[in-house]
Design a protein. Structure first.
Length: 94
C-alpha cells in the first residue's frame, strides 16, 4: 500500500469502514496525514504496522482518533516511547 492508495481510500469516502490494515507497505507520514484528514468515523481497528511513519506520523494519527477506534497497531513504525504515551493519553485504545 502506498501513499497514493491511501489517497484513494480518502476519496472513496468509506464512512462505514470499521477495520483498516495497511501492513508493511510504503505508507509514509504523508499517507498518515491523508488518513488523518479522512472521514473514517466508524473505524474501530487501524493497523499501520511495518510502515515507517515515525514521530511525525503520530501528530496525524492523533488527529484522526475517533471515539470508536479501539485498536491501533503500530509495530515497526519507527515510533519512540514518548509518542506512544502521547497516543494513549487521550483515547480509548487497548
Amino acid at each position: 500500500m502506498t501513499d497514493s492508495m491511501v489517497e484513494i481510500i480518502k476519496q472513496a469516502r468509506w464512512e462505514k469502514l470499521t477495520s483498516l490494515a495497511l501492513l508493511f507497505g510504503s505508507v509514509t507520514v504523508q499517507g498518515v496525514k491523508v488518513l488523518g484528514e479522512s472521514q473514517l468515523l466508524n473505524l474501530e481497528v487501524l493497523d499501520l504496522s511495518g510502515n515507517v511513519i515515525g514521530n511525525e506520523g503520530v501528530k496525524w494519527i492523533r488527529k484522526m482518533l475517533v471515539p470508536r477506534l479501539r485498536v491501533l497497531k503500530l509495530v515497526r513504525t519507527g515510533l519512540t516511547q514518548d509518542c506512544v504515551k502521547v497516543l494513549l493519553k487521550g483515547g480509548n485504545l487497548e
